[in-house]
Design a protein around this ligand. Structure first.
Ligand code: ADP
Ligand code: MG
Length: 673
């Protein structure tokens, strides 16, 4: 079987299963091999129910001791029953699986494997795995890969599919020579793919992960360097000389720029007025005020008579930037349009027209900006916000819509300069290192689940004082369906826990764009007081009136990601608060979160997290939220990034990766938006 074959050529995968796989972005054998486990679980001895620890994953052998109750709650089907052993009871809950009525009967014995939670003073397992005792005995202790699932695909189906292409994995050829592999102590590529799916032991698995992370970085830097070569000393065909106009624009702002902001704007103006095209990165922590820097650049460019484009990763963010820019620029006669995937065909046509005739000066949007139909009259500047979510190719595609326009990218991912130089090889860098003055530091606390009611009271109090609140909802699992279920359920819980007049709404990744936009609009307008959501709100949203961020299951997030989340509050004058609720009672979990309490420095936080990483944690908790890479993480694998850079420098000329189909980064499809 070839890597490029469709997965339907695998025995046992029909059209229906293939359709489920396609929801995960898996179409070919190559895609399948790149569907990495998100975790590995060992199945240990069963324990007595009384010895289970809240927040930990356990296996219990128990008898179904109640009738199996199936009921509908709004759009959800809940299946509930109680199980017991000689030491205690656990309530078992399944979502949207009514067929289980025919699987479990009172008196049956099963091994249930899942995370223990507490609800209404009762131990609960949600969506546990379940096995007959004899089957369980046979699988004990093995390192079982756990894949991200979607409707219609079970872990077993994925495992089986990958087993059937093992021959293909064995025959994969490495693009690195044996000599290079030996010199750098890298695992052979086929061995790496074999072991990420079928790990021989922990040590080998770690090496496999390192090798595959290396590949992702290598491909990334390779592309980046190509771009750099293309860009080097491109003649500036959009000279912008607007220092005075920009200074006047800045003078009218209601605040004074920070030193970092002023310097970044200075760098940008210098670049755009020079002989060469600008390629610049502005790096600054969340809340450091990058938007105004982008606005100043766009302003200068439009004043000079060119058009500008601002690309952002989500529709919600696009809408928000659009409104902000329109508010600031309309007094100068600068016209803005917003172009996103959910814009109606009719409106899109109008916008295409006004961009191509030059009627629109600035267009703000998502991915929709790089569609073929978008043509500019004269694009002078391309800005990408939250750059870590875009690939080099997307940036390049947007730039190709102009005649070598200037490029400005903005990033809040805190990485040290030495790494930034590798990651953003094609860019000059400006750093904004301080936050605007007058911000009160966010007050943080890390608490256990028993603090929840106090937290609800606190939230109610803040709302009654006119402030707003974000709640990041607990995660059941990483599969989307369950996250949604959970957001909806949790919203209901909050509604009943908070006073009647508090408006609680939810936001999650599976909502239609229009729905998401209107909820965000209402939240920013103040019509919604408490917004319950998954991490979709992570990027860029700016609501200075929000003063509380409460994160459930905070222990499940990377600290750097929590730091980004926390950046959603503390954006205005009011005192802001972060409440991290830890579902794990262990000291390690608390100690990790404590780092957040003690620091506001994004990079320090990420590196501390790495130090505290537990032995069973193979991938490291993703630090940068959604990124381009499948498993490479700039914090966890910074040594691989450096190695990739070194190998490319030393041997890049003799390494041929162009005909290698083995690397597929997320950049190649559009799962990100
Ligand atoms: P980020 O860098 O995270 O994108 P934003 O650009 O969204 O940050 O800015 C966050 C908030 O800070 C906004 O409400 C913005 O108006 C405000 N702001 C930006 N610069 C300053 C400044 N120099 N002084 C005071 N407030 C500022
Ligand atoms: Mg921003």
């Amino acid at each position: 079987m070839n890597l490029s074959d469709n997965i339907t050529s695998i025995k046992g995968i029909g059209d229906k299963t293939a359709a489920s796989f396609s929801r995960l972005g898996v179409h070919t054998v190559n895609d399948l091999i790149h569907t990495y486990p998100r975790n590995y679980l060992s199945y240990g001895d069963v324990v007595d129910i009384k010895d289970t620890i809240i927040g930990e994953r356990h296996s219990v052998c128990a008898i179904v001791s109640s009738y199996v109750d199936v009921r509908k709650v709004r759009s959800l089907t809940l299946t509930n029953f109680t199980v017991k052993d000689s030491t205690g009871n656990i309530k078992v809950t399944f979502f949207n699986s009514p067929f289980l009525r025919n699987v479990f009967h009172k008196g049956d014995t099963y091994v249930f494997v899942g995370t223990i939670k507490v609800k209404n003073n009762m131990r609960v397992m949600e969506m546990p795995e379940y096995y007959k005792l004899s089957v369980y005995e046979g699988m004990k202790q093995e390192m079982q890969p756990v894949y991200t699932l979607t409707h219609g695909l079970s872990n077993k189906t994925i495992q089986k599919a990958i087993s059937s292409v093992r021959e293909t994995i064995f025959s994969m050829k490495d693009y690195l020579s044996d000599d290079i592999l030996r010199e750098y102590g890298l695992m052979d590529i086929s061995e790496a793919y074999e072991n990420i799916h079928f790990p021989m032991n922990e040590g080998v698995l770690r090496n496999a992960i390192r090798r595959l992370a290396f590949d992702e970085f290598y491909k990334f830097i390779y592309d980046m360097n190509k771009l750099k070569v293309e860009n080097v000393k491109l003649m500036n065909s959009h000279e912008v000389v607007q220092g005075k106009a920009v200074a006047e624009f800045i003078d009218k702002l209601p605040y004074k720029l920070t030193k970092g902001q002023a310097e970044a704007i200075e760098d940008i103006l210098k670049d755009m007025g020079s002989d060469n095209v600008m390629n610049r990165l502005v790096q600054g922590d969340v809340g450091s005020g990058k938007t105004i820097v982008a606005m100043a650049a766009l302003f200068a460019c439009v004043k000079q008579g060119y058009q500008g484009a601002l690309m952002v990763p989500t529709e919600v963010l696009a809408k928000q930037h659009y409104e902000e820019l329109t508010r600031m620029f309309s007094q100068y006669g600068i016209s803005c349009e917003c172009l996103v995937g959910s814009t109606s065909m009719k409106d899109k046509r109008k916008i295409y027209e006004s961009i191509s005739t030059g009627k629109t000066d600035i267009v703000i949007g998502t991915h929709a900006l790089i569609e073929d139909k978008v043509e500019f009259l004269d694009l002078g500047l391309v800005v990408t916000d939250e750059q870590h979510r875009f690939g080099v190719n997307q940036r390049r595609k947007l730039s190709a819509k102009g005649n070598y326009p200037h490029t400005l990218v903005m990033s809040a991912t805190p990485i040290p300069r030495t790494l930034a130089i590798i990651m953003y090889a094609d860019l000059d860098i400006s750093v904004i290192s301080e936050l605007p003055k007058g911000r009160k530091p966010i007050k943080n606390c890390v608490v256990g689940t028993n603090y929840r009611n106090t937290a609800y009271k606190f939230i109610a109090g803040q709302v009654s004082e006119g402030s707003q609140v974000y709640v990041i909802c607990p995660m059941v699992d990483e599969s989307d369906n369950l996250d949604v279920t959970n957001v909806i359920e949790y919203t209901d819980t909050l509604r009943s826990a908070l006073p009647q007049n508090v408006v609680v709404e939810s936001l999650h990744g599976q909502m239609k764009s229009e729905e998401k936009n209107s909820i965000m609009e209402a939240f920013i307008k103040g019509d919604i007081h408490v917004l319950v959501s998954t991490t979709v709100i992570e990027v860029g949203i700016n609501n200075p009136n929000a003063t509380v961020m409460m994160v459930e299951n905070a222990e499940r997030f990377g600290l750097a990601q929590l730091h980004q989340l926390r950046g959603r509050v503390g954006r205005g004058k009011k005192q802001s608060y972060c409440i991290f609720i830890s579902g794990k009672e262990s000291d390690e979990a608390k100690e990790r979160l404590q780092v957040l309490e003690n620091s506001n420095d994004g990079f320090f936080i990420a590196s501390e997290d790495l130090k505290l990483r537990g032995p069973g944690d193979f991938f490291g908790i993703r630090q940068s939220g959604e990124t381009l890479f499948k498993l490479a993480d700039i914090y966890n694998h910074s040594d691989m990034l450096r190695m990739a850079q070194e190998i490319l420098e030393k041997y890049g000329d003799v390494i041929n990766i162009t005909d290698s189909t083995t690397m597929n980064l997320k950049t190649d499809n559009s799962t990100i938006l």
